[in-house]
Design a protein around this ligand. Structure first.
Ligand code: BZD
Length: 832
């Protein structure tokens, strides 16, 4: 009965979500049943948390039924599957998402109402699953949503961190980090699978043996073995046909092994390294765009790759036994950045040392299995591990890496005979004082495809990061522009707009986003403009209430809601935004009649705990906010709000209320950006640089519906080649000079002159590495144009509508279709 009919194309399809086989009465009954027999409470005693758990458990029943059917179908059809390896999955909350995907949101809402409970309050009880830092982790979450929606056989593999990204508190304007404990009171979605526990070796030494046939045999004697316990999170596709899994590994000590070691005397002292097994999956490293360089981080990476590969191979062998010849036909592994790159030598180790394949056969399999996505060009973010560290933790892997490199350099010698500079550049090993393993080079060499995440970024990957690889293997480097799931980022987070869109163009857009273009024909329609802006107004009122609740600040909902939400990083230039806010403030102080529409500048951002300047920028935003918000001379015109603890669930509240989306990175630095897509999809107009996916957004919406400013990538390159001196601009732009000097005073930090000076210093004596001063004037002009556009109500409404209408390209369904076509070569598998 569970026969699959493979489809030819993976084009986003219309999904029938109207089978209301589950009634309001059924849901009510299931929730109450779980309240009683899962939670041991009742309708009178239950608080919102109990209702959340019972409602989730009721949903999980349906989820697990579809999960079983999906797994059976995939097994029976022996499907080729993609295995998405990522150190991060930033899932956020799951209940509302799962309800929407089962088309049961309204029914559940009504069921709970009859039980005297508000669904909105219940949803607020769910802790975010914040197992990621930012864009990279959230991209993985959007991708597994699309994979399930498109009925593609896929599994996500990652780490079951006990603590996700820290919770941010703001004390006296400064960021404080608090531990995140998302599982403290139990997680209703995850299922432990002790039957699939894996063991992971670490440390120790390698013994060289010689077989009868003269074959050299390597045996790794690990000094330590840890256990990997899998937890499965079901991933429900839209329409709830396919339910895939996200499998996350938790580390535990392997008592059995440690007893063994304990009993074998001298062996212990020689090889045993002590790592507390449980610490491996304890906490997510909170650094985005910088490498931590820590031993534990490397162990985390190896830990989840080793567990996942064993899991994949166990499943493969169940169908194909010891016949390795079909492995790369059945298995494709996508590496989400270089964090899982150690999987490449690990698969080689399994094939050569364990399966006893010869090197060339093994390499043939390996290099047809992996594909690698690059997410950054920032040099400080490119992973490099000391050879000595890998040698100690993974003694066999360092040998394999050297062998891969040796054979690769032979190829380089053939292509560029005698060119040692070329060899030094392409080598996996960097011959610095401390020898390093370049994980980027290893990933390119070990993969059959490499992609960047937006057109401009992929072009720069080809031209600047890996130009020689492009010459060596033409066609290997490619582009797949990022996308976002419209289910979470429009349907679920913006119900009012979704309803309006549904009335206008029907309900198929969540699985076929290019249909939104049908809204374009109403962009000039007065009635539709009013309806669209009325929705925006309502969403702004809801966010204003949230702002009041979180910060005590009152904001005017008729003001422009101007939002910058993303990790705090110099290259993202939150400080450029701040300089402009200070300039506006000054203009208003100098001229109380300065003509501008009231504007609320809203920020959300976490700084890596060790990134001092990023924390200083948060402090500065909060101090400037305090001053402006309490200055009666200007606070009817400008307000500044920093919302603490930015995370997925907060983004869902902020994005629907945005009029303006700030995407102002230095050109060439933001690989893609995905927040830019979410905001535009919800009718915010972008003010941004020609960087990352902004360029493609501008192409879609057209020049009239976006405010582009600043230097292009080429201009940035030219200026830094010529020599950029921020002092030139400082002395030439009076307003900018006054604003920067203001940071040295105690105007914003009474009694503490110089408390904000580090910002000024970074942009002057520090050389202004991200060229804020060079782009300031252009930014200021773009803001003026934006301000006057907003005051023209019909013009703005048209712009907002067209931003929503033209976002079809940026559904993650399209990204996944691109991966399938260009890289994965998968076939959908219908689950009936
Ligand atoms: O990846 C981001 C890029 O900065 C964005 O431009 C891009 O849109 C997204 C998705 O492709 N990169 C990250 O988010 N990187 C990290 O979070 C990260 C985490 C750990 C270590 C290094 C980087």
């Amino acid at each position: 009965s569970s026969k699959a009919t493979p489809r030819k194309s993976v084009k986003a399809q219309t999904i029938n979500t109207s089978e209301a086989s589950y009634s309001k009465a059924d849901i009510k009954q299931a929730i109450v049943r779980h309240l009683h027999s899962t939670l041991g409470t009742d309708e009178n005693k239950a608080d919102n948390h109990a209702w959340w758990k019972a409602t989730s458990a009721a949903m999980q029943e349906l989820v697990l039924e579809r999960l079983r059917t999906t797994q059976k179908t995939h097994y029976m059809n022996d499907t080729r599957a993609v295995h998405y390896f990522s150190a991060e999955f930033l899932m956020g909350r799951l209940l509302s998402n799962n309800m929407h995907n089962f088309n049961l949101f309204e029914t559940a809402d009504a069921a709970l109402k009859e039980l005297g409970v508000e669904l909105a309050d219940v949803l607020e009880e769910e802790p975010d699953m914040a197992l990621g830092n930012g864009g990279l982790g959230r991209l993985a979450a959007c991708f597994i949503d699309s994979l399930a929606t498109m009925e593609l056989p896929a599994i996500g593999y990652g780490i079951h961190y006990e603590h996700g990204l820290f919770r941010q508190e703001i004390k006296n304007g400064a960021q404080i980090e608090r531990p995140d404990s998302w599982r403290d009171y139990g997680n209703p979605w995850e299922i432990c699978r002790p039957e699939s526990i894996q063991e992971v070796p670490l440390f120790g030494y390698v013994e060289t043996k010689y077989g009868e046939n003269g074959r050299v045999q390597k045996e790794w004697h690990p000094g330590n073995i840890v256990k990997g316990v899998p937890w499965d999170i079901p991933i429900v596709g839209y329409g709830a046909k396919t339910v895939n899994v996200l499998r996350l590994w938790q580390s535990e000590s392997s008592d059995y092994f440690n007893w063994d070691v304990f009993n074998s005397g001298g062996y212990v002292d020689a090889q045993r390294e002590n790592i507390q097994a449980e610490t491996i999956s304890k906490v997510l490293y909170p650094n985005d765009e910088t490498e931590a360089g820590k031993e534990l981080r490397l162990i985390q990476q190896y830990f989840f790759c080793a567990c996942s590969l064993k899991d994949i191979i166990r499943r493969y062998k169940r169908a194909h036994g010891d016949d390795w010849s079909r492995f790369s036909e059945q298995v494709v592994i996508q590496l989400n950045d270089t964090h899982p790159a150690i999987a490449i030598p690990e698969l080689m180790r399994i094939l050569v040392d364990r399966a006893e394949l010869d090197w060339d056969t093994a390499w043939g399999i390996c290099s047809k299995t992996f594909a690698y996505t690059n997410h950054t060009l920032l040099p400080e973010a490119l992973e490099r591990w000391p050879v000595r560290m890998i040698e100690k933790i993974l003694p066999r892997h360092i040998e394999i890496i050297y062998e891969i490199n040796h054979r690769f350099l032979t190829l380089v010698e053939k292509k560029w005979p005698g060119d040692n500079v070329m060899k030094a550049k392409l080598s996996i090993i960097e011959e610095s004082t401390e020898k390093m393993v370049r994980m980027g080079n290893l990933s390119v060499i070990g993969s059959f495809a490499v992609n960047g995440v937006a057109e401009i970024h992929s072009k720069l990957v080809k031209e600047n990061l890996f130009p020689e690889f492009e010459e060596l293997w033409p066609g290997k480097l490619t582009n797949v522009t990022n996308g976002i799931t419209p289910r979470r980022w429009l349907k679920a987070c913006n119900p009012l707009l979704s309803e309006l869109i549904g009335k206008k163009i029907g309900d198929d857009w969540p699985s076929d986003l290019p249909r939104l273009d049908k809204l374009s024909e109403f962009a000039d329609n007065k009635t539709f403009q009013n309806q669209f802006m009325k929705v925006k107004q309502k969403n702004k009122e809801a966010l204003a209430a949230e702002i009041k609740h979180q910060t005590g600040i009152s904001v005017d909902t008729k003001a422009i809601f101007d939002i910058q939400i993303k990790r705090l990083h110099e290259y993202k230039r939150q400080h450029l935004n701040l300089l402009h806010i200070m300039a506006l403030y000054r203009r208003l102080l100098e001229n109380p009649d300065y003509d501008m529409h009231p504007r609320v500048f809203i920020f959300g951002a976490k700084a890596a705990p060790g990134y001092t300047l990023a924390k200083d920028i948060i402090f500065a935003i909060n101090k400037v906010a305090d001053k402006i918000n309490n200055d009666p001379r200007v606070n009817h015109k400008i307000k500044v709000v920093f919302l603490p603890n930015y995370r997925v669930s907060l983004a869902e509240k902020m994005i629907p209320a945005a009029d303006v989306s700030q995407q102002i990175s230095t050109a060439g630095k933001e690989a893609s950006g995905t927040g830019n897509m979410k905001l535009a999809l919800n009718g915010a107009v972008t003010i941004g640089t020609l960087d990352g996916a902004n360029i493609e957004i501008a192409e879609e919406v057209g020049d009239d519906n976006i405010f582009i400013f600043g230097m292009t990538v080429d201009e940035v390159t030219k200026l830094s080649t010529k020599g950029y001196n921020p002092y030139d601009i400082y002395y030439q732009n009076k307003e900018l000079k006054a604003v920067l000097d203001w940071l040295d005073s105690d105007y914003f930090t009474p009694g503490q002159p110089g408390a904000l000076s580090s910002l000024k210093n970074s942009m002057l004596s520090g050389g202004d590495p991200y060229m804020c001063l060079a782009d300031f004037e252009s930014y200021s002009e773009a803001n003026k144009a934006l301000d006057s556009a907003y005051r023209d109500k019909p013009r703005w409404a048209k712009m907002a509508i067209l931003n929503t209408a033209k976002m079809g390209k940026f559904t993650s369904d399209r990204s996944i279709a691109d991966y399938v076509e260009r890289i994965w070569k998968l076939t959908p598998c219908e689950v009936n």
